[in-house]
Design a protein around this ligand. Structure first.
Ligand SMILES: [Zn+2]
Ligand SMILES: [Zn+2]
Length: 337
């Protein structure tokens, strides 16, 4: 005997949506995913008419599903039809850079055509004059034990702002899903880092969030990772086959399992954590409103709350600051900065 879908009552149920107790067929599951994303965009005004939205494509399933969904929702008019979508990838320049591991570039090309989305690749070496690998070598050679994910993270955040300016973007959409967001809440809590919640939330405030010039939006933040994976699989979206070897001692990796355990007892735990994080984010932003004075980094000129920005701090430690400054100087002169 087959169990029928609780929504359509016609097709066979294949997925238990534990948070609501519904048994769904794949078709209805995919509809709920599309509805949730469209609703998230509307409710938090993530995309409004006239926006130029960059889609950060790492090559992983989340960013590809994001690109597919934004393309599809725009075509259906469920996000404003005049939204400009521009997908881009950043090559960090380490042997396991997301873009290099991705076997998905043919698929990206297909999406650009199907949904009329422009696509561009930017390299750390072009943007900074150094690669993530150079930075890692510099740091590790001096016994500074900075994690590759931190290096890629700090530099990628800056790269996105530079790319955003180059492409005149009003928003940058990333593929963060519910699991990523719940992990971030846990990391902020266990790291006793209340201020970091300023970056959290559906629409991060620019007030406290240093270096976040171009607002980031996360349309998939209420979709469980497992649901993103199912959506990807059944829509022919390729899954990344090689995992980044640096991920294993990334603190997030362990949290995945912790959260999965908690979810067994409380199917809503991830949703609860994200809504908790959103509330804390509002309070933190309210509390520090107007109090954060941004200075210009004494080396590169980018806004920072201290005197030296995170990027220059990292590059200085790695002995690469001069190379970076020499690389960006002609660009700054051209822009008249
Ligand atoms: Zn159904
Ligand atoms: Zn700097």
């Amino acid at each position: 005997m087959v169990t029928l879908c609780d929504r359509c009552g016609v097709r066979e149920a294949k997925y238990l949506k534990a948070s609501s107790g519904e048994k769904l067929c794949l078709n209805c599951l995919f509809n709920t995913i599309e509805d949730t994303v469209a609703r998230t965009v509307r409710r938090f005004r993530l995309i409004t008419s006239g926006d130029r939205v960059g889609i950060a494509v790492s090559g992983g399933k989340d960013s590809l599903v994001l690109m597919y969904l934004l393309g599809k929702l725009r075509r259906l008019g469920r996000i404003p039809k005049d939204t400009v979508l521009i997908a881009f990838s950043i090559d960090e320049g380490q042997p396991y850079s997301c873009v290099r591991r991705a076997n998905s570039m043919d698929y990206v090309a297909k999406l650009t055509e199907e949904f009329n989305i422009e696509y561009k690749v930017f390299r750390f070496s072009e943007l900074f004059g150094v690669t993530a690998f150079d930075i890692a070598q510099g740091l590790w050679g001096k016994g500074v034990n900075t994690h590759m994910c931190t290096i890629c993270g700090v530099m990628r955040r800056r790269a996105m702002n530079i790319v955003g300016r180059m492409l005149n973007l009003t928003k940058i959409a990333t593929g963060h899903n519910l699991d990523d967001e719940a992990q971030t809440v846990l990391l902020n809590v266990t790291g006793n880092d209340v201020k970091r919640f300023a970056w959290f939330g559906a629409t991060p405030s620019n007030d406290v969030a240093e270096e976040e010039f171009i607002p980031r939006i996360k349309p998939l933040r209420f979709i469980r990772e497992e649901e993103v994976a199912l959506y990807a699989y059944y829509h022919g979206i390729p899954l990344m086959t090689i995992e980044c070897p640096f991920v294993y001692n990334n603190p997030r990796y362990e949290l995945k399992f912790t959260l999965a355990r908690w979810e067994r007892d409380n199917p809503n735990v991830k949703y609860s954590m994200v809504s908790f994080g959103d509330e804390v984010s509002k309070m933190v932003n309210e509390r520090f409103k107007g109090q954060v004075k941004l200075n210009k980094c004494i080396h590169c000129g980018f806004p920072t709350s201290g005197s030296v920005c995170r990027v220059c701090e990292l590059l200085k430690q790695a002995g690469l600051l001069e190379r970076y400054i020499n690389h960006i100087r002609p660009v700054n002169t051209q822009q008249g900065a």
